[in-house]
Design a binder for this molecule. Structure first.
Ligand code: ADP
Ligand code: ZN
Length: 531
């Protein structure tokens, strides 16, 4: 009844205030917490940064016994536990990084009922000894974090997650809560089935951030473009500018400061004192711009960030969503603005190739990048594409608050242009045994007798000057889109261009290549009339 709920409510709220120092629950948190405290199972889908942790931490604090958290992120456990202990929560963890004594201490604390939360790696639960241990203590709730790891079709499949259905079998009276940030419908069904949670209530937070206007502009002179964007639309506003390298963070912050915009740098190469000072200023002051690497932003809760700008391409849609999501937490109109160009595609492809990690890792990184590129190159509503990526239905065909909705880009038949680019790459390779980057390819297509063209006799190639109908910027756009579509690839440290398995079908005229026409005039929030 109402009275009962009020008691639960106040206990949960009290824990939220007392332990975490927060005023109110966010979004679905309260509904989830109430349901689990009352003993129900829950499947929770919430975007990263949405506040999943509190969904199980509060029930663990309110219900008698220890909350057992299954998490694959072993490297984070120590930090998570330290952070909780700093708040006065009695937390511990058990994983393979511990020695015997450390594990014995945690076991003793658990059995004595002295732990509010116990973090476990999933492989622990394969061991009879672990299950026996858990049987001898009192458990308040099981939380299964990163629950999509149970999906065999997903990127992050962990065989150990398949054994987690044992929790429901051995502890039918202990509520379970499965949490994830990435779930298509299929993954969601798999979670319910494989974890054996048919009666779980599903809590699905929307990934839509309607007050954020998404815009991706062709990169020409990114710092100047950024400056114009800030002056025209966000003068005096607080915001974050993301750059890939420390060097470009420094240079961009300097450039903005010189041009009358208060900006400070933030990256891991600065000493801790400077970083803390810049972060504190950002939180305290009204209109400061922080220029940062992705090291900045985790756990930063500033409601009135009016824009997030990217001068370099994020590595994944997840990253893009998380970073842009730091704008407009107060619900007021905000902008996610990005400058994107050919150099981004080449740089990111090179990073993946020369980076560490095995073949499977590189393939996955490549898939993440492909999804990000598809978002950049789309002619459809960006919000719709973003929501679809996270398995959610957009509310309509057009959101009316992204650049492609405000000024729909035209497409053009780029088949012939694509053939010209690919033929040039083929000629260089077959006839000369040479590989070159985009600059040389474009110079050849435009028939420019540059020093390097003369040096390599490239004015003697039959393809020399066959592309005078397009401008340099247009050719770079063609090459960028061919790279994004996998019709061309980057090789080696110098970003030389090579064919892919799919290139042949274009050269043999077996397929058409529709390309996106770059907008002549960039969209500003004024040109749309809306938000
Ligand atoms: P997730 O696990 O979903 O990625 P977290 O649980 O780490 O998200 O929460 C993200 C951030 O939001 C954290 O800094 C957290 O402290 C903060 N947060 C979560 N819930 C609330 C709330 N109700 N009020 C204020 N801040 C919150
Ligand atoms: Zn849209």
């Amino acid at each position: 009844g109402v009275a009962g709920m009020a008691v639960t409510d106040s206990e949960a709220l009290a824990a939220l205030h007392r332990v975490f120092g927060y005023e109110t629950f966010r979004g679905e948190q309260e509904a989830v917490v109430d349901h689990v405290i009352a003993g129900g199972d829950a499947v929770v889908l919430m975007p990263t940064g949405g506040g999943k942790s509190l969904c199980y931490q509060i029930p663990a604090l309110v219900r008698p016994g220890t909350g057992v958290v299954v998490s694959p992120l072993i490297a984070l456990m120590q930090d998570q536990v330290d952070a909780l202990r700093a708040l006065g929560v009695r937390a511990g963890f058990m994983n393979s990084t511990q020695d015997f004594d450390e594990r014995r201490t945690v076991e003793a604390e658990f059995l004595a009922g002295e732990l509010d939360l116990l973090y476990l790696a999933p492989e622990r639960l394969r061991l009879d000894s672990s299950l026996d241990l858990l049987s001898r203590g009192k458990i308040s709730v099981f939380a299964i974090d990163e629950a999509h790891c149970v999906s065999q079709w997903g990127h992050d499949f962990r065989p150990d997650y398949l054994t987690l259905s044992v929790l429901g079998e051995r502890w039918p009276d202990v509520p379970r809560i499965a949490l994830t940030a990435t779930a298509t419908d299929a993954t969601h069904r798999e979670i319910t089935e494989r974890l054996g949670m048919p009666d779980a209530r599903h809590f699905v937070a929307s990934f839509d951030r309607p007050n954020i206007q998404y815009r991706i502009v062709p990169k020409a002179d990114p710092r100047k473009q950024l400056l114009a964007f800030l002056r025209e639309e966000h003068a005096g506003d607080a915001g974050i500018v993301y750059c890939l390298s420390r060097n470009s963070v420094e240079k961009t912050a300097e450039f903005l400061s010189k041009n009358g915009i208060e900006a400070v740098p933030y990256h891991a190469g600065l000493d801790a004192g400077t970083r803390a000072a810049h972060q504190a200023r950002f939180l305290r002051e009204e209109g400061l711009v922080v220029v940062a690497t992705i090291a900045f932003g985790m756990g930063i809760d500033k409601p009135d960030v009016r824009f997030v700008a990217h001068l370099d391409l994020p590595k994944s849609v997840e990253g893009y969503y998380q970073e842009t999501g730091r704008a407009g937490r107060d619900g007021l109109p905000s902008t996610a603005w990005m400058a994107y160009g050919l150099s981004d595609v080449i740089q990111q492809r090179k990073l993946i190739q020369s980076g560490e990690g095995d073949e499977a890792f590189r393939r996955r990184a490549g898939q993440h990048l492909d999804a990000m590129l598809a978002l950049c190159e789309t002619v459809r509503c960006r919000r719709g594409q973003l929501l679809a990526y996270f398995g959610q239905e957009p509310s309509g065909e057009n959101c009316g608050n992204c650049d492609t909705c405000l000024a729909p880009p035209d497409t053009w038949d780029g088949t012939v242009a694509a053939q010209k680019v690919l033929s040039t790459v083929v000629r260089l390779q077959r006839e000369r045994g040479q590989k070159f980057g985009a600059v040389q390819i474009v110079d050849i297509l435009l028939g420019r007798r540059t020093v390097k063209v003369i040096q390599f006799d490239h004015d003697q190639l039959s393809v020399f000057g066959i592309g005078e109908e397009l401008s340099e910027a247009q050719w770079r756009g063609v090459i960028r889109q061919l790279l994004a579509q996998g019709l061309l690839a980057v090789e080696g440290d110098y970003g030389t261009l090579v064919l892919t398995e799919s290139s042949g079908s274009v050269l043999r005229r077996e397929r058409e290549v529709p390309l996106r026409k770059e907008p002549e005039k960039p969209v500003t929030s004024r040109s749309g009339g809306g938000a």
